[in-house]
Design a protein around this ligand. Structure first.
Ligand SMILES: [Zn+2]
Length: 120
């Protein structure tokens, strides 16, 4: 299977995700696969509890978005690693080749369509 255009897609997505991640989070220095939301700005004049609450709420929203981005980022990164190792496009459950159309739709897929529906 020719995977070069899938590799391009994955690399473009990885770059985009990295940009989004760095805009709302920072990489954990001791674990590059882990990202943390940028801490809320607590240098607000203490007298305004509303602003503090807003800031905490914003931080929680950011943490949630970051988590989703991080999951996708690691999926894409894993797919690129499998391309390097030559194990790309193999279902991680049954070991059979993943349908090319599934990889077109999601180049970071780790299961074939059958096991997507029945992840047991
Ligand atoms: Zn499978």
């Amino acid at each position: 299977m020719d995977t070069s255009h899938l590799k391009n897609k994955l690399e473009a997505e990885l770059q985009k995700l990295e940009g989004e991640l760095t805009s709302i989070g920072e990489r954990n220095p001791s674990n590059p696969a882990d990202w943390e939301a940028i801490a809320p700005d607590m240098n607000i004049p203490a007298a305004d509890p509303n602003e503090v609450a807003d800031s905490i709420e914003e931080y929680e929203t950011r943490s949630g978005e970051l988590k989703e981005l991080e999951i996708r980022y690691n999926e894409v990164k894993g797919a690129l690693e499998r391309l390097e190792k030559g194990t790309y496009g193999i279902c991680r459950i049954g070991g059979e080749p993943i349908e090319p159309e599934r990889l077109e739709a999601n180049p970071a897929a780790t299961t074939c369509m059958k096991h997507l529906e029945n992840p047991k």
